[in-house]
Design a binder for this molecule. Sequence first.
Ligand code: ADP
Length: 300
Amino acid sequence: KGPDPDLVAIAERMATVKHKILVLSGKGGVGKSTFSTQLSFALAAKDLQVGLLDIDICGPSIPKMLGLEGQDIHQSNLGWSPVYVESNLGVMSIGFMLPNPDEAVIWRGPRKNGLIKQFLKDVYWGDFDFLVVDAPPGTSDEHISIVQFLQNTGIDGAIIVTTPQQVSLIDVRKEVSFCKKVGLPVLGVVENMSGLCQLLTDFRFLRMTENGEHTDVTEKVIEYMREKAPEMLDLVAVSEVFDSSAGGAEKMCREMGVPFLGKVPLDPQLCKAAEEGKSCFADQKCGVSAPALKIIIEKL
Ligand code: ADP
């Protein structure tokens, strides 16, 4: 029996893509797609040719996070062409193929696997420096498929995104175990949403009354600071939203012998950038999350 023709076709396509990175998370909502998007923006800002592949077939959020909703993919004689955000940042997602983004995609494993295969073999990725693959949360059919399809193409490894909470960290252990079982190197773990960080002047200040009502005294507080303590206007307030006494992702990484890449704070400006489909590096307001992300990305 000869080699699987699909795997041969994927290997041909992927031969022109230098690095392939998988972004994983144990749970949903921890910021995996946000990280994949901002990683892609950061790599593209370095003048690298970057592809972002969204294989979260049941919940594709990448088109929204890149401001590409309603875009269509085009077919050329070379294959499907990705949707380009910038001349060197191409994106592929099932989100582009759905007639109605509100419609649920209810597919069984084989159909999902078929589409992932098509994304790898029928999309004209061209000469790319990086292919960032945003996977669904957990370890299911999609994960097994992508690893199987890419395993002979020189896949670099996986980045695992988590929050500091124990419930998320427990699932990271499962992700690491999955990577070990399928022979996928763990490039490192990112702790996202570790503490709320924002400019003091971006907070709203409320005075609570005994009957549970409140009055907004933000303007008064800012006015007071401006008069009495202007040096406080650029202070960043930090709040440990989640209990980190157990040591968070960093400690877990030490125990499991996998690299810890760093922490990204919970930054309302990053959330806004993601909602608007923008790069946090271009938006000066992401003053606390952008530097943290930059340090992490430099380590890769
Ligand atoms: P996942 O891909 O893990 O399901 P998302 O990337 O979709 O998670 O993130 C979930 C929500 O949290 C999004 O609205 C996103 O903008 C927001 N978010 C993610 N990371 C941060 C952060 N560090 N600061 C603020 N908001 C964030």
